[in-house]
Write a protein that binds this ligand. Structure first.
Ligand code: G1P
Length: 251
C-alpha cells in the first residue's frame, strides 16, 4: 500500500517560524511531526511512502534521507504550483495501482492509529474507500470538508463507521449537511486519480480532493470513520501547543 503525505503547503498560519522551518518539521518530542505521520502509515501497512514537497521544503527530504531504517521506503514528488489538496495528491499518482492512504502532513490524531483502523474498515467492506472524520463545533464547520452519512449521522459516535452519502468542501454553516468534518486521513481507491486529473477547480479556485471523492461516490461506496481520538492541527501555534500536550509521553 502506498501512503501519500502532502507537505508542500506554505505554512502561512504559522509565520514567522515557517519562513525557514516547514510546519511538518516542528518537533513533537524529539521527532518532527511528519516522522510521526510516516510511522503511523508504516504501522498501518504502507510499504511505499510518497512525500509531496516543494523546492523550499527540501529540508524534509534531507531529514528522511538521513534515516537508515526508512531508506528505500520514502520517495519524493514535487508540487510546483499551489493548486489545492487534490492537485497535491494527483502529483503522487504515478505507479500507484491499489488503494492509497492519504495523510495530511499537518494533522496528528490521538487514540488508536487512525490509518490502521481505516485499513481494517476498508477490508471489512470489500476494499471500499474510507475518510477519517471528527465532529466540530458550529463556528468551525465552514473551515472543513463536511460529510453526510447514511442513516442518522447524529447517532454516529466515536469509533463508528457508516457510508458517506454526500460531501461538501467548506460549506456555510446553514448549508452544511452535518457537523462531521473530514480530518486529515483518507484511504482512497486508485480510481481517485483519474477523477482528480479531470477535476475542475472548486472552493477557493483550487482542485479539491473533497470534490473528487464526491464524484467517486457515484460509482463506489465511501465510508466515514469517526475517530475515537482527537485530531490536532499543527499548522497553527495553538494547535501545535495542544498537540505537544496531547502527545506528551506518547512520542
Ligand atoms: C483540507 C481539506 C478539507 C479537510 C481539511 C482537514 O483543507 O480540503 O476537506 O477538512 O483539510 O483535514 P485545508 O485545511 O487544507 O484548507
Amino acid at each position: 500500500m502506498t501512503a501519500i503525505i502532502p507537505a508542500a503547503g506554505k505554512g502561512t498560519r504559522f509565520l514567522p517560524a515557517t519562513r525557514v522551518i516547514p510546519k511538518e518539521m516542528l518537533p513533537i518530542g524529539a521527532k518532527p511531526a511528519i516522522h510521526c505521520i510516516v510511522e503511523e502509515a508504516l504501522a498501518a501497512g504502507a510499504d511505499d511512502i510518497v512525500l509531496v514537497i516543494s523546492e523550499e521544503k527540501e529540508i524534509i527530504r534531507r531529514y528522511f534521507e538521513g534515516d537508515e531504517t526508512l531508506f528505500g521506503k520514502v520517495r519524493y514528488v514535487y508540487q510546483r504550483e499551489q493548486r489545492g489538496l487534490g492537485h497535491a495528491v494527483l502529483q503522487a499518482a504515478e505507479g500507484v495501482t491499489g488503494s492509497a492512504l492519504v495523510l495530511l502532513g499537518d494533522a496528528l490524531v490521538t487514540g488508536p492509529n487512525p490509518s490502521r483502523e481505516m485499513v481494517a474498515i476498508s477490508k471489512a467492506n470489500g476494499g471500499a474507500s474510507v475518510v477519517g472524520l471528527e465532529r466540530v463545533p458550529p463556528e468551525r464547520v465552514s473551515r472543513y470538508g463536511i460529510v453526510a452519512l447514511e442513516g442518522r449521522a447524529a447517532a454516529c459516535g466515536a469509533g463508528d463507521a457508516a457510508r458517506i452519502v454526500d460531501l461538501v468542501e467548506k460549506p456555510k454553516l446553514e448549508e452544511a449537511p452535518s457537523d462531521l468534518a473530514i480530518a486529515g486521513r483518507y484511504l482512497l481507491s486508485a480510481d481517485i486519480f483519474s477523477l482528480l486529473a479531470t477535476q475542475t477547480p472548486g472552493h477557493g479556485g483550487e482542485i479539491q480532493l473533497t470534490d473528487a471523492i464526491r464524484r467517486l461516490l457515484a460509482t463506489q461506496p465511501v465510508f466515514g470513520y469517526v475517530y475515537p481520538g482527537k485530531r490536532q492541527d499543527i499548522g497553527n501555534p495553538q494547535g501545535y501547543l495542544k498537540a505537544l500536550e496531547a502527545f506528551n509521553g506518547i512520542v
